[in-house]
Every structure is written in structure tokens, then in C-alpha cells.
Design a protein around this ligand. Structure first.
Ligand code: PRP
Ligand code: URA
Length: 252
């Protein structure tokens, strides 16, 4: 267990356990993690909804509802540094000056199918004028490496320095899938510091892999779980996120 906390410290995050470290689920103190490139939400309602989506007895509809509630919080956290411009607005009572998200900043929401859709649907509701990228990828059952099956993005983008990319996936396990997607955007010229990964549950192994490979990216998550099992599922995690969102769980 000591090794677990040491590894989080190595990931560049000052942290203290919010619960006794013999607890099944390990969390990082969000107020301290905030200074680093890893932000772990620490909000009572996020914990509440996490407890619902982790529960194996939660049905698909309740799973999606709670997942959306967590996704909303993750998206607000991930977008809090977006630049704004002043706009004149007339209310029914008076003229005033408001702020809106800078329309010159291009925003991409990248959804890693299928489980990324659980976040993307909410992100596209909240973030104005975002371009949505659907990226089809599954993990090979034996090697656990990601396999692409859908990507219709153009070879290059214009003005890449004014683009922010939010990569959304419910689970970050080995980090293989997210890493593939980050590399794909880097090849297209997007600066690493403009890439933010949003995931509901992450595993320490995946977080460390991504920070080692890409020192300037950010990760926003609701939990960093302790380990992976032999099938590379996150422990304790929530099982197969895609199956639970889309109600395709096969009884074993
Ligand atoms: C899941 C999940 C992530 C990936 C994470 O996808 O949605 O994309 O695994 O694992 P990694 O960090 O080890 O790459 P899965 O292959 O289960 O596909 P699905 O979402 O279509 O069910
Ligand atoms: N993908 C999932 O859906 N769940 C895990 O625990 C790991 C990868």
C-alpha cells in the first residue's frame, strides 16, 4: 500500500488519503492535487454518484444517470481555464456586460468509443461550439492493447495552437487507449499542453504511463483506483463501462 502512495507522489501530485489507507477505494485529496497536472474531484455528490456506478447491482439507466452527474463536474473542472471575452447583453431590466467563451478558441471533444460517450454527450451540451470527434477503439482481449476501428479525422488542422482538445473516456486503465489518442493529436500538430484527458475512474498505472509519455498533458478524474487485475480491469473500478452504459453486460 505504501508503494501506491509513493507512486502517486512520483506522478507529481501532493496527496494525502481522504480515507483510512486500508479502505478498498483510494482517493487523493483534491485540494492538494489541484496544483499538479492531475485533478481528482473530491465532492460529496461526486462520491455519492461514484458509489452508485461502482455498485454491480445498479442497472443501466441508473448507471447512466449517475455517470452524467459525475461527467458534468469533470467537464466544469476541465474547462475552468478556457478564455472568455466580454459581450454586451440586454436583460429585460438593463444593459450589462457578460463573459462568454472566446469563440476564437477552437474546442475539440474527443470521445473514445464506446464508453467515452458517457462523458461526451454531457460535454457537448455544456461546452459551446465544440467540434465532436468520435474515435473507435477497443482493447484486444488477449494483449489488452487498443485496436482502432473508426477515425474519420482529417490529416491536419489549421491554427493548431488555438485548439484545446478534451479527450473523454469513462475508464483509464492501462492508459493504452488514451495514449494512442494523444499521440494521434500530437501528430496533427496540437500542442501537448492543449490536451486534457477527462475520465471518471482511472488506475494509477494508466495515470503514471500518460504522465511519463506526455509531461504537459492534464488529467481530470473522479478517482484514482489502486490497481488492475489480470484482465487489466480497474480494481475496484466498476467493471466494463461500455457494457454498463449500453446495457450489453453478458451474464457470466
Ligand atoms: C475500455 C474503455 C477505454 C479502455 C480503457 O474500452 O472505454 O477506452 O477500455 O482501457 P486502457 O486504458 O487499458 O486502454 P473497451 O475496449 O472496453 O471498449 P468499449 O468502450 O467499446 O466497451
Ligand atoms: N475498461 C473498462 O471498461 N473497465 C475497466 O476496468 C478497464 C477498462
Amino acid at each position: 500500500m505504501k508503494k501506491y502512495w509513493y507512486a502517486i507522489l512520483l506522478a507529481g501530485v501532493a496527496c494525502t488519503p481522504t480515507r483510512n489507507d486500508t479502505d478498498e477505494i483510494q482517493c487523493i485529496d483534491a485540494t492538494k492535487a489541484r496544483t499538479g497536472r492531475l485533478v481528482v474531484l473530491n465532492h460529496p455528490l461526486v462520491h455519492h454518484h461514484l458509489s452508485i456506478i461502482r455498485d454491480k447491482n445498479t442497472n443501466s439507466s441508473a448507471f447512466r444517470f449517475s455517470l452524467k452527474r459525475i461527467a458534468e463536474q469533470l467537464v466544469y473542472e476541465a474547462t475552468k481555464n478556457l478564455s472568455t471575452i466580454a459581450v454586451n447583453v440586454s436583460t429585460p431590466v438593463a444593459d450589462t456586460i457578460c463573459k462568454c467563451v472566446d469563440p476564437n478558441r477552437k474546442i475539440f471533444i474527443a470521445s473514445i468509443l464506446r464508453a467515452g460517450l458517457g462523458i461526451t454527450n454531457i460535454a457537448s451540451d455544456i461546452i459551446p461550439n465544440a467540434e465532436i470527434h468520435l474515435l473507435g477503439m477497443y482493447r484486444d482481449e488477449k494483449t489488452h492493447s487498443p485496436v482502432w476501428y473508426y477515425n474519420k479525422l482529417p490529416e491536419t488542422f489549421k491554427n493548431t495552437h488555438s485548439i484545446t482538445v478534451f479527450i473523454c473516456d469513462t475508464m483509464l486503465a492501462t492508459g493504452g487507449s488514451a495514449s494512442e489518442v494523444v499521440k494521434m493529436y500530437l501528430r496533427k500538430g496540437i500542442p501537448e499542453e492543449n490536451i486534457i484527458i477527462i475520465c471518471v475512474i482511472s488506475a494509477l498505472k494508466g495515470v503514471n504511463k500518460l504522465f511519463e509519455e506526455f509531461p504537459k498533458i492534464k488529467i481530470i478524474t473522479a478517482s484514482v483506483d489502486r490497481t488492475l487485475n489480470q484482465e487489466c480491469y480497474i480494481v475496484p473500478g466498476l467493471g466494463d463501462a461500455g457494457d454498463r452504459i449500453f446495457n450489453t453486460v453478458v451474464a457470466k
